[in-house]
Design a protein around this ligand. Structure first.
Ligand code: CP3
Length: 344
């Protein structure tokens, strides 16, 4: 079975020879080969040069043995073409130069043509596809509207998402205008990635776990559903991911996607039961476990695999992105453990 068959089968809940595994943020600073390139270029330069983006996308496939590549990019890239300036600082992560807080600003945001403003991502996808051939699948991705809106409104990462939640609750007209625009952009962008060769796409609603189920259902789910419905015509599997989503599992499952991503704050057997066995599941090792000795990592891998119980439709992953200081050898050991312990 090729990695591509293994991965796509798991997305579709078909039998596999062993559990497929990849790592969120697998192309990143924990890898020596990434840091080497990063020492010569800024992060944005790397994203915008399709050859460099393709090279770092392939590094984890070649060096770690993961079952899928994920295109090297960032969820904030579409914002530039919409007319929003941003940058990345060394310690605080992304910073939006002029946060979006009024209806007037929202009206000024452009619906992008991804073939124009994100052509560099689509070019990188085409290069990677040529290199991977039919053996290894490529995952495309986008931030989901709520997570993108939270960066736009807060101006960066947030502790409690107060300004975002106040727009959502106090000015529903502005909220709807912003979320509608973002949904259109996300759908166009993911569609373009699929047409350029992405075999699977993941929607990162990383911060949606900060919401009550009531607000998620009323103010976020309709937009995600529009995107997930709009993607159906492409007939590629879609992974619907959020962190800290233990309170939202039924709603996320109901909003669509073929695979639901879950973090480590809930055990995967309980999560899957609530999501329903008609969906595949991705997760859910705590990224911190990778700092422990390999013996301890093995115990955790056995626990996750045990709870997934060999059921068709499990994609092994961390519950969230790999941390930059993670020992690279431990990540490699993790991939080998998942494959070795899950052989059917
Ligand atoms: O998974 C992969 O390997 C693909 C690449 C990828 C990156 N960002 C590269 C990146 C993906 C899928 C993302 C998604 C992303 N970006 C998310 C959603 C996923 C998640 O973690 O919840 C979010 C919230 C962002 C926004 C973002 N970009 C933040 C918060 C940061 C700073 C965090 C940090 O660790 O500094 C970034 C920068 C970023 N994106 C880096 C990488 C490799 C680090 C850049 C560097 O080399 O300095």
């Amino acid at each position: 079975m090729t990695k591509k068959q293994r991965f796509l089968n798991a997305c579709r809940r078909l039998p596999v020879d062993m559990t497929p595994v990849w790592i969120m943020r697998q192309a990143g600073r924990f890898m020596k080969s990434y840091r080497k390139i990063r020492s010569r270029h800024s992060f944005i330069e790397m994203c915008k040069d399709p050859r460099i983006a393709a090279e770092v996308t392939l590094q984890p496939v070649e060096r770690l043995g993961v079952d899928a590549a994920i295109i090297f990019a960032d969820i904030l890239l579409p914002l530039e073409g919409m007319g929003v300036g941003f940058g990345f600082t060394a310690h605080d992560g992304p910073v939006i130069h002029r946060p979006i807080r009024t209806l007037k600003q929202i009206s000024g945001l452009r619906i992008i043509d991804p073939h124009e403003s994100l052509d560099y991502v689509l070019s990188a996808i085409k290069i990677v596809k040529k290199e991977l051939g039919e053996n290894t699948p490529l995952i495309g991705f986008s931030g989901a509207p709520f997570t993108l809106a939270s960066y736009l409104i807060e101006g960066g990462h947030s502790q409690n998402y107060l300004i975002t939640k106040m727009m959502m609750l106090e000015t529903p007209g502005a909220w709807n205008a912003l979320m509608t625009k973002l949904s259109k952009v996300v759908l166009l962008y993911l569609g373009a990635q699929i047409k350029s060769g992405a075999d699977v796409v993941q929607l990162f609603d990383s911060w949606a776990g900060c919401l009550s189920p009531y607000d998620y259902e009323k103010s976020v789910m309709p937009y995600n559903r529009m995107i997930l419905d709009g993607l159906k015509k492409y007939r590629v599997p879609v992974i619907n991911f959020a962190t800290d989503n233990g309170g939202l599992l039924e709603l996320m499952s109901g909003s669509g996607g073929d695979v639901i991503g879950v973090d480590w704050r809930i055990s995967i057997d309980k999560a899957w039961k609530r999501i329903g066995y008609k969906k595949a599941i991705q997760g859910n090792l705590d990224p911190a476990v990778l700092f422990a000795p390999v013996k301890e990592i093995e115990r955790h891998v056995r626990a996750v695999l045990g709870m997934a119980a060999g059921r068709n439709g499990h994609i092994f992953n961390l519950g969230h992105g790999v941390l930059p200081a993670t020992p690279e050898s431990h990540v490699k050991a993790l991939i080998e453990l998942v494959h070795g312990l899950s052989g059917r």
